[in-house]
Design a protein around this ligand. Structure first.
Ligand code: AMP
Ligand code: GLY
Length: 431
């Protein structure tokens, strides 16, 4: 059957490629449109030259194309009110409205919300005055984590190793305004330690469906060394996240969050992605994200056995069928290939070779992020270029396939981590 629905995916990364790929496989979907997409989404969807940040442009395009459902990838358009504008225009949209997006847009709001609802998180204080923030750090005499209150493209967090680093971070954010107005207010919080978990649910304001847990690798280098990035690879499921921890997260984090937001009059619809750290064996919330993670989405969509359309459409319409989803692939793992210089400045336009050979490997999907077409070539066009993803019966098997595909791909200056999934392997041992 050729479906009847037209779906638009907003954004241009590997997350959006994975969403477009999965939605395009739905028997109820006639066409997927991406705004603006990339060379990878062009393989599974029709790209429109409309930027994700252009709220009026996306609404106009969705209307002109007769779009039935808009799925918003990145946080910035959500915070700018894209979903509010689409709903006003009578178009179903997957993602929170502006009021619910505050869970990610303001770290101060999210910390106060967690405190109010007794949701486990690091001890903290919010400051508008740099001298008061520094006085608190000196008084505690401990290395603290300093976070810009507003959106800073994933760069507004400094995990300090000592007191001087915490003080320097406060000056950089509040006085020098390294992240502009996002740093006018900061959250200073206790430094936790332990493995990190990405936990996603899809919510319709009231009901929710929990997706499988995943683990991201935020540091650039092997062994979790080097600078923070947007994510260098991920896998699912993390073996140390057991059923007891999951029940704890659902009962102590997800449910109070959804209930608390509904009680405030801003029910949460969309993907709620909670970043957790398992500190002394107990999960604590590091942050809320009001959208799907990247690269987690590439891994989750690869594993998901069910049609994604009813889930996303049900959430958008406030009528979610909250049966647990089916995970067709027991495991999946993705390796990000990034440009030379990333996460700093990087060149663009370098030809990418070997994509077809990689895609021919069983269980492999190469989701594209910063890519564009130049004649017959696919060339680099961003910092994170590809997320090379593979499914498997075990983490090791998925890793073996993913790395075989990575080895088939080349572009000048390409960098990737060679140890994605190391924490799982450390627990499960080699097969
Ligand atoms: P966030 O943007 O809040 O997720 O922070 C980015 C990264 O900083 C997280 O993925 C953690 O690795 C680290 N981080 C954030 N908060 C803390 C904390 N309280 N203690 C230790 N590490 C943290
Ligand atoms: N993978 C982390 C994020 O999407 O924020």
């Amino acid at each position: 059957m050729v479906g009847a629905m037209v779906v638009m995916v907003v954004g241009g990364g590997a997350r959006e490629h994975a969403l477009a790929w999965k939605l395009g496989a739905s028997p109820d979907v006639r066409e997927v449109i991406c705004a603006p997409g990339n060379a990878g989404t062009a393989r599974v969807a029709r790209n429109l030259p409309v930027q994700a940040s252009d709220v009026a442009g996306v609404v106009a395009a969705a209307r002109a194309e007769g779009v039935d459902l808009v799925v918003v990838g990145p946080e910035a358009p959500l915070v700018a009110g894209l979903v509010d504008a689409l709903r006003e225009a009578g178009i179903d949209a997957f993602g929170p409205d502006r009021a619910a997006a505050r869970l990610e847009a303001s770290k101060g709001f999210s910390k106060d919300f967690m405190q109010e609802h007794a949701i486990p998180t690091a001890a903290y204080r919010v400051f508008d005055d740099p001298e008061a923030a520094k006085a608190w750090v000196r008084e505690l005499d401990a290395p603290m984590v300093v976070k810009a209150d507003g959106l800073a493209a994933g760069k507004g967090v400094v995990v300090a190793d000592d007191v001087p680093q915490s003080l320097a971070a406060i000056d950089a954010m509040m006085v020098e305004r390294a992240h502009g107005e996002a740093g006018a207010r900061v959250v200073v919080e206790e430094r936790l330690s332990g493995p990190e978990i990405s936990y996603h649910v899809i919510a319709d304001g009231e009901r929710y469906v929990a997706l499988a847990a995943a683990q991201d690798h935020k540091r650039l280098g092997d062994g979790d060394a080097g600078p923070n990035t947007g994510g260098m690879g991920a896998y699912s499921p993390p073996p140390f996240f057991d059923a007891g921890m999951e029940a704890f997260v659902r009962g102590r984090v997800i449910e109070p969050t959804l209930e608390g937001m509904a009680r405030r009059g801003s029910p949460f619809r969309g993907a709620l992605f909670v970043g957790l750290m398992v500190h002394n064996g107990e999960p604590r919330v590091l942050e809320y994200n009001v959208r799907f993670g990247d690269p987690e989405t590439e891994i989750l969509m690869s594993r998901l056995g069910d049609d994604a359309l009813p889930l996303l459409r049900g959430a958008a319409r406030g009528a979610l069928d909250d049966r647990a989803p089916r995970w067709a692939a027991p495991c999946a793992l993705g390796v990000v290939m990034a440009s030379e210089g990333y996460p700093g400045a990087y060149p663009k336009g370098r030809p990418i070779h070997g994509l077809d050979a990689a895609r021919a490997i069983e269980g492999v999907q190469v989701f594209e992020a910063g890519t564009r077409r130049e004649g017959d070539l696919t060339v680099t066009a961003g910092g994170r270029v590809l997320c090379v993803t593979a499914t498997g019966d075990a983490i090791d098997a998925a890793a073996e396939r993913a790395y075989r595909a990575v080895d088939a791909i080349s572009f000048e200056g390409a960098q990737h981590r060679t140890d994605i999934g190391w924490q799982a392997r450390a627990i499960l041992g080699p097969r």
